[in-house]
Write a protein that binds this ligand. Structure first.
Ligand SMILES: O=P(O)(O)O[C@H]1[C@H](O)[C@@H](O)[C@H](O)[C@@H](O)[C@@H]1O
Ligand code: MG
Ligand code: MG
Length: 283
């Protein structure tokens, strides 16, 4: 049977690796920092340049494919997940890390058809780790297979999360209330890589048992969600229902028991969905 998407996945790996080189070179130069939704939601010209390099390279090979790019959406492009082949791109996941030279920065490229992620590529460019997954064919890091942790007890676990870029005191109170509940289970520790994609690749690698967050976006999650599930992990909404790529809410865990326990400790809220502004979106 013809393998429809292998050529596209090979291109994604090559584009992510090339983008990583651009990121590493940019780290040696001064970076002009701009802000988006808040004074702590950062973006640089490198984010914008890398996204355009990836999108242009894809358009040359796959002219009918669609795109959801973090910085294109920030510039006003619609954020629509249709049934069409769609490249879901976060050119730099961990921009704050990039600005501060904190060494966890990823290029994330997900690819969906019929709203289902067919492959995911996350390139941790300072570690030179290429995380890949193809639906139904496993997850890998630099070609080595990945498997989530076999830890069953949350009290023997490390949990990853992020604090996001919303500094509304009411939101921050919910974030810290969830964090306190989880810390006091107790768990062994809480970690933040500063990038959703790398946190999820750490789940897939068995380094942390789970990651949760409310507020990140589809481009942070798309590629890494498949890397987690193809490594034997589970994805869930923070209130225990099915994972929804556009909801800006996720629990990614090594097993359902730990995911459900985390869900029970989270003080949930619902940020505006990524597709909220899409034509015909539910209000
Ligand atoms: O670095 P970016 O691509 O903006 O993504 C991060 C986002 O800015 C943060 O608010 C989230 O907490 C992280 O999980 C994202 O990785
Ligand atoms: Mg991101
Ligand atoms: Mg980004």
């Amino acid at each position: 049977m013809t393998d429809l998407w292998q050529d596209a996945m090979d291109h994604a790996v090559s584009a992510a690796r090339g983008a990583g080189q651009v990121v590493r070179e940019a780290l040696l130069e001064d970076r002009m920092v701009m802000v988006k939704s808040s004074s702590v939601d950062l973006v640089t010209q490198t984010d914008q340049k890398v996204e355009q390099l990836i999108i242009q390279s894809v358009k040359e090979k796959f002219p009918t494919h669609r795109f959801i790019g973090e910085e294109s959406v920030a510039a006003g492009e619609p954020c629509v997940l249709s049934d069409e082949p769609t490249w879901i791109i976060d050119p730099i996941d961990g921009t704050t890390n990039f600005v501060h030279r904190f060494p966890f920065v990823a290029v994330s490229i997900g690819f969906s058809v019929n709203k289902q992620v067919e492959f995911g590529v996350v390139y941790s460019c300072l570690e030179d780790k290429m995380f890949t997954a193809r639906r139904g064919r496993g997850s890998f890091c630099n070609g080595d297979p990945l498997q989530v942790s076999d830890q069953k007890a949350i009290k023997q676990s490390i949990i990853a999360t992020e604090f996001g870029s919303d500094r509304d005191p009411e939101v921050v109170d919910k974030i810290f209330s969830s964090l306190r509940n989880i810390l006091c289970i107790p768990v062994h520790g809480i970690r933040s890589a500063g990038t959703a994609a790398i946190n999820m690749c750490l789940v897939a690698s068995g380094c942390v048992e789970a990651y949760y967050e409310i507020g990140m976006h589809v481009w942070d999650l798309a590629a890494a969600s498949l890397i987690v599930s193809e490594a034997g992990g589970v994805l869930m909404d923070v209130e225990g229902g099915p994972f929804d790529l556009m909801s800006r809410r996720v629990i990614a865990a090594n097993n359902r028991t730990i995911a459900e326990r985390i869900s029970g400790e989270i003080q949930a809220y619902a940020p505006a969905r990524d597709d909220a502004a899409a034509p015909g979106a539910d209000p």
